[in-house]
Design a protein around this ligand. Structure first.
Ligand code: NAP
Length: 290
């Protein structure tokens, strides 16, 4: 028996349909939700991610502005641009595509964005709210998308043992907070590069969420029968049979044979991340225009 697919692509389209209606209503009130994306440098994957975000904005009627800056741009130049966007009442969401070139400190960038326009949900004020159990603010997109996917699939989390592999500030850490918060009530284990026996920890887990960035790091043998597996990883690797690059996740595809539910790569967490970015932009436009 194979795992039931957690179809992020399908759910993200449902969320987009709902957002399209909300955008229409805002338009009737004279409000045009507007996302500004800053892209520094010429990392090809970043250009693809930004294009996907632009296309999703188009589908939902959200205005998007893309500003591409050369790789040599200084941190101060980006901070000054953010300052201008913070002051611009027509812009509701500001996003600086990661990774930025070495001379630009991403934490400085995050801290500069007005928390009310922080549609990535990484500003300390928004992350701080999460620690206080307040999920009413702008939530980090990937963790919020994963929570939506699990809740939509009616995966029971209360009292369940959930292992999160990875403790980054954009995925693993905020997701762990969301899973452990009151009302969700999972028992969360956070693992990282210094953790021992991750295989054994996974074998005793009801839900495994892999956000490592290492292709096929989690093996089928680590998954016990009927566990739920969420694969956040996206890596480009050479497919020896075709000689072309292909996308793979952090979990071996064979895990599908034992898991009860599993996200595909691509088509699982990725589209949900974009759907949550659009949601944050509409939330910000709604809150900041009334
Ligand atoms: P990151 O900042 O590089 O963090 C990776 C985490 O994995 C770190 O906490 C690291 O531990 C841990 N790790 C690395 N090697 C390990 C090992 N051998 N054993 C256990 N833990 C290990 O990455 P990220 O930004 O969280 O992203 C993770 C993956 O998700 C990447 O493939 C990324 O492309 C993907 N991603 C996908 C989406 C999406 O929308 N689908 C969104 C964001 C990210 P330490 O803290 O000890 O270094």
């Amino acid at each position: 028996m194979g795992a039931v697919l957690l179809d992020g692509k399908g759910l993200s389209r449902e969320i987009e349909d709902d957002l399209k209606n909300r955008v229409g209503k805002l338009n009737n009130e004279g409000i045009e939700p507007h996302l500004a994306v800053i892209l520094v440098g010429d990392d090809p994957a970043s250009h693809v991610y930004v294009r996907n975000k632009e296309n999703a904005c188009k589908r939902t009627g959200i205005k998007s502005t893309k500003i591409i800056l050369p790789a040599s741009t200084s941190e101060k130049e980006v901070l000054d641009l953010i300052e201008e966007m913070n002051e611009d009442d027509d812009i509701h969401g500001i996003l600086v595509q990661s990774p930025t070139p070495k001379q630009i400190n991403e934490l400085e960038i995050t801290n500069k964005i007005n928390p009310a326009k922080d549609v990535d949900g990484f500003h300390p004020q928004n992350l701080g709210k999460l620690v206080q159990g307040d999920t009413d603010g702008l939530l980090p997109c990937t963790p919020a998308g994963i929570m939506k996917l699990l809740i939509h699939a009616k995966i029971k989390l209360e009292g369940k043992k959930v292992t999160v592999i990875g403790r980054s500030r954009i995925v693993g850490m905020p997701l762990s907070l969301m899973l452990a918060q009151k009302g969700v009530d999972a028992t969360v284990t956070i693992t990282h590069s210094r953790s021992k026996n991750i295989d054994k920890i996974c074998q005793s887990s009801d839900v495994i969420i892999a956000a490592v960035g290492r292709p096929e790091f989690v093996k089928k043998e680590w998954i016990r029968n009927s566990s739920v597996v969420v694969d956040v990883g996206i890596s480009r690797v050479l497919d020896k049979s075709t000689g072309k690059n292909k996308l793979v996740g952090d979990v071996e595809e064979a895990a599908m044979e034992v898991a009860s539910h599993m996200t595909p790569v691509p088509g699982g967490v990725g589209p949900m991340t974009i759907a949550m970015l659009l949601t944050n932009t509409v939330v910000s436009a709604t809150k900041n225009s009334t």
